[in-house]
Design a protein around this ligand. Structure first.
Ligand code: ADP
Ligand code: MG
Length: 666
């Protein structure tokens, strides 16, 4: 079970993917709107803690456990302080700092720099033994790098130099010098050391405090640098091990030749480069006998250093401190301390444990890429916005459940864009539907009124017609009266037609659907209309067999009305096109003329009963309203497009009638 070194504070995480991008172990998964740390993969480098602008990453705290150790009666506790402390505790002198640690209740304050001296000797021997052979090692002072190798490059575990880290070496020395029952608390800039203490120190290191946690303890205990007794570390005292926290410090202290030509050592540091270096080590590109790999740019840049002082100033601070120490350095004493316990075990064994994720096949990756809209290599922008260097890496991470598709910014923008267009389209259709509804309601109420009047007028009109017919058939009627009676009959007939038109418009007649061959229907619709010689009619319905279920009698009336209108709009002749298109579900008829067109100001009115622009006696203004009524009964739709302005193109009007092809719902 992996330790929970770093966790996400859910409320603070704004899912900006910075930690995803910056995690060298790819140990962060986006899930449930949060950047969650995958504990099995986390190497404790603390980079995510440093880069998170929202302070949404919490580090496992050991403060309570350390307090408990300090309070345990009769227990001696040693604080083993990492050599990087001078870059963190700049607000007091080193001696004041040591005094403050003692003031917390630590019985011993030891410098881990001496542990570094111890292992440096061993590194020197290791290189001497293997220089010129093919054997190569990864140095192991950096706990995060070791975690990375053991879990994420497990086959390289045997390449880890089999030597203890300065922390572990120092802990063993302290136990030897001061007794096995001393508790050791390592204090340093590193989060990964907490895992090393548990997994590798074999109980030699009891707890690990970060500098941040130590500050917290100073604060809680109200420890003031000016009120403590400044003291030195407890022996043994270090020599040059103090430069370990600077990258290259190990190689330098171990007196290993780092020159390019020597192939003895190489130094690689930094979150991005160390993973690459481990890969290069694996491929054999790095030939040096020892590679000093550090996940940070040296421990002086560790995640728990709160200072904002830049790298080179920090190096200078370490150098200053070591110079300061050297003024009181006793070489004889140091040699004595170094070789006091010749049998002190400075070795370390490592255990590989494969925590890598399964890798997808090429097809699986391609599928994922396609879902992200990346069909070809050119679509892979590799912009890095998702936190992964390449689209391929992102796709693999999606496969592994680490990432989500929405993290791809170009894809998300594309999707948003199409959603916006879709929304705009839906809005437009809604607007259209609303308009049609208003228009429909208006026509419906007119229809009711019309039906009412027509019904009332119909009967008296029938009586007038009947009597005028009776009269005109009467042989006694005078010839001049016969002429008058003829006019009465004709006009009453006209009224009757208008009234029945009105009833048609308003009627709730049933629609009688019958299988109809579309082309035949169009052809026969022409029979009921007299087409003048100067007008050409064309039928555009390429499919001679296509069928639909229509009430052809009623629709015939619609076509007659529209054809008459088209003819009347072209007094000087022209062309009419009767067209038909269809899909599985719909039939769309088209009646186009190149006549005078319908001016925009009339567009709203043409379906209103009695609206006509034709001279009295010619137009009744009922053709379109009746057609509208019939189309609506078919659950269809009638609309038109028209142009009256020759400057904008040929004038004319096209009516479109859309009907359900199989109107089983009608
Ligand atoms: P009417 O034909 O009796 O006037 P309609 O309801 O059939 O009544 O048509 C209403 C009005 O719509 C017409 O008077 C005319 O102004 C206009 N209209 C209809 N169809 C056309 C067309 N194809 N071209 C130009 N105007 C048309
Ligand atoms: Mg008409």
């Amino acid at each position: 079970m992996a330790l929970e070194l770093v966790t996400t504070i859910g409320d603070r995480c704004k899912v900006c993917y910075t930690c995803v991008r910056e995690c060298p172990a790819k140990a962060i998964r986006i899930s449930g709107g949060q950047a969650e740390v995958i504990q099995e993969r986390c190497i404790g480098c603390g980079n995510c803690v440093q880069v998170c602008s929202q302070k949404a990453k919490a580090v496992m705290s050991s403060v309570e456990q350390v307090k408990e150790l300090l309070e345990r009666p009769g227990l001696k506790v040693s604080a083993c302080v990492a050599p990087s402390f001078p870059v963190e505790f700049t607000d007091c002198s080193p001696e004041q700092f040591i005094g403050m640690v003692r003031a917390l209740g630590f019985d011993l304050v030891n410098e881990v720099a001496f542990g570094a001296d111890l292992v440096s000797e061993k590194y020197n021997e290791l290189v001497k033994r293997h220089s010129g052979t093919k054997r190569r090692f990864i140095a192991t002072a950096c706990a995060a790098a070791v975690e990375y190798v053991e879990h994420l490059s497990p086959h390289l575990t045997e390449s880890l130099a089999p030597l203890a880290s300065p922390m572990v070496a120092m802990a063993r020395y302290v136990h030897r010098m001061y007794g096995d029952d001393v508790a050791v608390v390592f204090i340093g800039p590193c989060i990964a050391k907490k895992a090393e203490a548990v997994e590798l120190s074999r109980g030699q290191v009891d707890q690990v405090l970060t500098f941040g946690e130590l500050r917290e303890m100073f604060r809680d205990a109200g420890i003031d640098p000016d009120k403590v007794i400044p003291t030195n570390f407890d022996p043994p005292f270090a020599k040059l091990g103090g430069i370990y926290p600077v990258s290259g410090g190990l190689v330098q202290t171990a007196k290993i030749d780092e020159r390019l030509m020597s192939s003895e050592a190489a130094v690689v540091d930094g979150h991005n480069t160390f993973v690459e270096a481990i890969r290069e080590f694996e491929s054999g590109a790095i030939q040096a006998t020892v590679v000093e790999v550090m996940a940070c740019n040296g421990c002086i840049m560790g995640p728990s250093v709160s200072s904002s002082v830049p790298l080179y100033s920090r190096r200078a601070m370490i150098a200053d401190y070591i110079r300061h120490r050297m003024t009181t350095f006793d070489p004889e004493k140091w040699v004595e301390d170094m070789y006091r316990y010749p049998d002190l075990d400075l070795s370390q064994t490592f255990k590989p444990e494969d925590r890598r994720m399964p890798t997808p096949s090429r097809e699986e990756v391609n599928d994922i890429l396609a879902r992200l809209g990346k069909e070809t290599a050119e679509d892979e922008l590799n912009c890095g916005a998702c936190g992964y260097d390449t689209c391929l890496e992102h796709a693999i991470a999606i496969f592994q459940g680490l990432a989500e598709g929405e993290m791809c910014l170009p894809h998300t923008i594309d999707q948003l864009k199409s959603s916006v267009t879709e929304l705009a389209d839906v809005n437009k259709r809604l607007e259209h539907a609303q308009h049609a509804l208003v228009q429909g309601e208006k026509l419906a109420s007119m229809g009711q009124l019309a039906a009412g009047i027509a019904h009332e007028v119909n009967n008296p009109l029938g009586v007038v017609l009947m009597y005028s017919h009776l009269l005109s058939e009467d042989c006694d009627v005078k010839p001049e009266m016969r002429e008058d009676l003829k006019i009465i009959t004709e006009q009453a007939d006209r009224c009757k037609r208008i009234v029945s038109g009105l009833l048609n418009f308003a009627r709730q007649n049933r629609v009688l659907l019958q299988p109809t061959v579309l082309r035949k229907f169009l052809e026969s619709s022409l029979l009921g209309v007299q087409i003048p010689d100067n007008i050409k009619v064309e039928i555009q319905c390429p499919d001679h067999e296509a069928m639909a279920e229509l009430d052809s009698d009623q629709l015939m009336q619609v076509f007659t009305n529209l054809l008459v209108n088209a003819i009347e709009a072209m007094p000087d002749g022209g062309r009419i096109v009767l067209g038909c298109q269809f899909t599985e579900r719909q039939v769309i008829f088209r009646i186009a003329d190149n006549g005078v067109g319908i001016p925009p100001e009339n567009a709203e009115k043409v379906f209103t009963p009695f609206f006509t622009t034709k001279p009295v006696g010619r137009g009744t203004g009922l053709g379109l309203p009746v057609s509208y009524g019939i189309v609506k009964m078919h659950r269809g739709d009638i609309r038109f497009e028209s142009n009256v302005d020759p400057d904008r193109g040929p004038t004319g009007t096209t009516f479109f009638i859309t009907l359900p092809r199989y109107g089983n719902n009608v």
